[in-house]
Design a binder for this molecule. Structure first.
Ligand code: NAD
Length: 468
């Protein structure tokens, strides 16, 4: 599909609809359909009917479909990126809209490539036991608004690869991007293996309680995750929960602040901070504190923020008013707590769009709300520490544990500290670098279940043990 307008005409609503506005300008992007619980039922019935035929294909055949889906995404890449930028706000450039669309095809191809053979668990001459992974049935996928296309692919690709069909409910903030992605994928997928139902939280609630949905893949906030776990209980659905995080970065005292400043910056400010596994609190030793603050302020000054369609910009607006209000409240709490705002912190009240300036906050107490709560926006608290045990204790002190990072010029020292950090992933000298080959998932209230790689495929299958 050639332009973003072609994509919009392919998904134009025929019934009830809701206006979607560009978060950078407040201008209308398009109307999105508002589907209902009845539409959801129809989608589930169709997906259920399509599943046996899809599930009967071989892995090689379904992988071939995923590769063709990646081709289709690539053929419409620029149109998808423009629509994503208009709806979500993220710039075309930087690690943003084009990067996200590129990740969609990369994940589809990687998911097609993994080997998925039955596992022989015992073969001792007397007993031969194998574990096979069969399709679960119909997967209900519910996603957030920050990386709407990429996270949808994270849910769709392994589900389809394992022989399930999918009913996907995007966030009500970013339905157009996901409907357009669905239209592009449906050009090459068999009819009814993928449905996108675009509605509000009530559609999500109906999906997670639906008796004919066999598994829920959820990515979103911890509060919603808890609600979904509760509503999935009556039908004992399988669930994968990718929930909120408040990732710590710990710098050891042997880093070179200038050399790592750019990587630290993007670890925290990727997608203008609206990223589950972004660095949301940075722990810095006394000996390097001022140098790190200065180096980050310098990098922040080089990163233009503005309308995402302007090729110069690498940071965009927050996606919605509610998220803007959270960031503003938390930076205000930091100020009230006596912290020092190094840069940013004063949004222009006359500006159009939900722009919150890149904000760095120093000399902040570890218990301040800007540290203890997930800001999910462009405001990074920098916390001082004097000994590394104290830093590890502060990093581990919250109820969430998605990602974390340790930075050092000594790999062995970094690994020793990493082993003590409570998080699903601890990166060394980088932050948030997800990879389709490497399992990813949270611990504590950041959720459970793994995505990506063979572990991610197994999570979209039911084991069947054959023992003789
Ligand atoms: P959210 O929880 O508000 O909404 C996510 C989705 O859930 C939306 O589609 C929404 O309509 C739906 N929903 C809302 N209430 C529901 C209910 N009761 N039952 C079923 N569905 C319901 O999250 P958000 O604000 O869109 O996303 C931001 C959050 O997501 C942040 O906390 C972020 O850290 C987290 N996140 C986590 C990951 C991860 O991989 N762990 C990735 C991205 C975002």
């Amino acid at each position: 599909m050639g332009t973003y307008r072609d994509l919009l005409s392919a998904i134009a609503p025929s019934g009830d609809s809701r206006e979607i506005k560009d978060p950078a300008t407040g201008e209308k992007v398009a109307n999105a359909p508002v589907h209902t619980a009845t539409d959801l039922d129809a989608a589930v019935v169709a997906a259920r009917a399509a599943q046996p035929t899809w599930g009967a294909l071989s892995h090689a055949e379904r992988s071939e479909y995923l590769n063709r889906a990646a081709d289709a995404v690539e053929a419409s890449a620029e149109a998808l990126a423009e629509l994503l930028s208009r709806e979500q706000g993220k710039p075309l450039n930087g690690p943003n809209a084009r990067f996200e669309v590129g990740a969609c095809s990369a994940w589809l191809r990687a998911t097609a490539s993994f080997e998925m053979e039955p596992e022989v668990v015992v073969d001792d001459g007397e007993t031969h036991a194998e574990v096979h992974y069969r399709p679960i049935g119909v997967v209900g996928a519910i996603g957030p608004w920050n990386w709407p296309m990429m996270i949808s692919v994270w849910q769709i690709a392994p589900s389809l690869r394992m022989g399930n069909t999918v009913v996907l409910k995007p966030s009500e903030y970013t339905p157009l991007s996901v409907l357009a992605l669905g239209a592009v994928l449906s050009q090459v997928l068999p009819k009814d293996v993928l449905h996108v139902v675009s509605g509000g939280r009530e559609v999500g609630e109906a999906l997670s309680a639906h008796p004919a949905i066999d598994k829920v893949m959820f990515t979103g906030s911890t509060a919603t995750g808890k609600a979904i776990i509760r509503s999935s209980a009556d039908t004992v659905k399988r669930v994968t929960m990718e929930l909120g995080g408040n990732d710590a970065g710990i710098l050891l005292d042997d880093v070179d602040p200038k050399a790592i400043a750019q990587d630290l910056f993007w670890g925290a400010f990727i997608n203008t901070g609206q990223t589950c596994a972004a660095m949301k609190r940075l722990y810095v030793p006394d000996s390097l504190y001022d140098q790190v603050c200065d180096a980050l302020v310098e990098v922040a000054g080089q990163m233009p923020m503005g309308n995402g369609l302007d090729e110069n910009n690498v940071l965009g607006p927050l996606q919605n008013q509610a998220q803007f209000d959270i960031v503003a409240r938390l930076v205000e709490a930091a100020r009230e707590g006596g912290a020092r705002v190094l840069v940013g912190g004063n949004p222009d009240s006359n500006a159009t769009g939900y722009f919150y300036p890149t904000t760095l906050v120093a000399d902040i107490d570890n218990n301040n709300p800007l540290v203890a709560e997930e800001q999910f926006g462009p405001a990074l608290p920098i916390i001082r520490y004097s000994d590394v045990d104290e830093a590890v204790k502060m990093a581990n002190g919250l109820d969430v544990g998605l990602g974390a990072s340790v930075w050092s010029s000594d790999p062995a020292r970094a690994r020793e500290v990493a082993a003590r950090v409570e998080a699903g992933t601890v990166w060394i000298n980088k932050h948030g670098a997800v990879d389709p080959r490497i399992p990813f998932g949270g611990i504590k209230e950041s959720g459970y279940g793994l995505e990506f790689g063979v572990a991610g495929l197994k999570a979209l299958g039911v084991p069947r043990v054959i023992s003789q």
